[in-house]
Design a protein around this ligand. Structure first.
Ligand SMILES: Cc1cc2nc3c(=O)[nH]c(=O)nc-3n(C[C@H](O)[C@H](O)[C@H](O)COP(=O)(O)OP(=O)(O)OC[C@H]3O[C@@H](n4cnc5c(N)ncnc54)[C@H](O)[C@@H]3O)c2cc1C
Length: 304
């Protein structure tokens, strides 16, 4: 497909698909290019999306694709975008398979990446009994004994948040603790046990954590784990094209998803720190409508 399209959407998660739905209904030609590595792919259930609470991430995508297929101007492509050149009105998108697409506007809905923590046994439980967000998975582990793998400010923040779901949790800093005096005394006051020995391994059965073994010989029984992942931008493409990003890799956008580069938008986890499916979908929809408005105004002004 080598003819110009209205919008090239990079990333087909909730943000990209929601934008595609808005644009398809607005009769715009759209290509959604997605390499199929959504952030929540490890989870069995996705929670908190009104009308879809508890759905599997793959069913969510299936329903979305099915509904969007009613709009013939939207096309989905399974591929990885490797480079983007050009400018507002004429971007050239090149994929790993060597296909090129010309588009008038661009939307980066590339999400964020969770970089795996180097903890033995964590991969076996991630998404089954080890999670990153209490709002997504706290309910299922309410009132259960949990281990928090985090340190410093992240551990202090996570401990406070998690206290809304259970009061039985232990912090494993997995190495020397990085708390301030104030954080240390706060945790002591709330009787939160803190272990700072490195983690030897996480023992589990069929993905369900049994205990966290420390190198000092301690072993902490628990039913679940929350941990603070290291995050990285889902793709370097926005930055390569000149979009301003924060130190954490979040694309800087205005309230309509517009980046600092004309004709380029971003939505979802890529452009916010509120990591939720419903937020990503909402931001994708806003960006889709904004792109449509821009295209309509450009066409209107050309005619006058
Ligand atoms: C373990 C875990 C559990 C979670 N559980 C929940 C939950 O229960 N409820 C909830 O609301 N949220 C949950 N989340 C958060 C949720 O996954 C994200 O908020 C949501 O996926 C963001 O949607 P998105 O469209 O912005 O990005 P994503 O869903 O990550 O989609 C981005 C897509 O872009 C693609 N992409 C990136 N770069 C390129 C490229 N160069 N070319 C082509 N494609 C590319 C990726 O492969 C991916 O498919 C969870 C997150 C994690 C890590």
């Amino acid at each position: 497909m080598n003819h110009p399209i209205d919008v090239g959407i990079i990333g087909g998660g909730p943000a990209g698909m929601s934008a595609a739905l808005a644009l398809g209904r607005a009769r715009k030609s759209v290509v959604v290019i997605d390499e199929g590595r959504p952030r929540n792919r490890v989870t069995r259930e996705s929670h908190g999306f009104l009308t879809r609470d508890g759905i599997t991430p793959s069913d969510f995508r299936l329903i979305a694709r099915e509904q969007i297929s009613a709009y013939p101007s939207v096309h989905f492509v399974e591929d990885t975008v490797v480079t983007i050149t050009g400018h507002d009105g004429n971007f050239l998108i090149t994929t790993a398979q060597g296909t090129t697409y010309q588009s008038k506007k661009l939307l980066f809905a590339v999400g964020m990446k969770d970089l795996p923590l180097p903890v033995s046994g964590l991969a076996d439980v991630y998404g089954k009994s080890a999670f990153v967000c209490p709002y997504c998975d706290g309910w299922e582990l309410r009132d259960q004994p949990l281990v928090l793998i985090a340190n410093g400010e992240k551990a202090s923040h996570l401990a406070k948040t998690l206290s809304g779901w259970t009061n039985q949790y232990t912090i494993c800093t997995n190495g020397p603790d990085e708390f301030t005096e104030e954080q240390r005394s706060e945790l002591l006051q709330h009787r939160v046990p803190v272990f700072d020995s490195p983690i030897e391994r996480i023992d589990s059965i069929d993905g369900i954590v049994q205990r966290v073994d420390l190198t000092d010989g301690n072993s902490i029984s628990c039913k679940g784990i929350f941990f603070a992942p290291k995050l990285a931008a889902g793709s370097d493409l926005p930055q390569a094209l000149g979009c301003q990003v924060t130190e954490a890799g979040t694309v800087i956008v205005n309230n309509f998803g517009k980046t600092s580069v004309p004709g380029v938008y971003s939505a979802g986890d890529a452009a916010t720190t509120q990591y939720q499916v419903i937020t990503a979908a909402a931001l994708g929809s806003v960006a889709g409508m904004s792109i449509n408005n821009e295209l309509i105004l450009e066409a209107w002004n050309r005619q006058s």
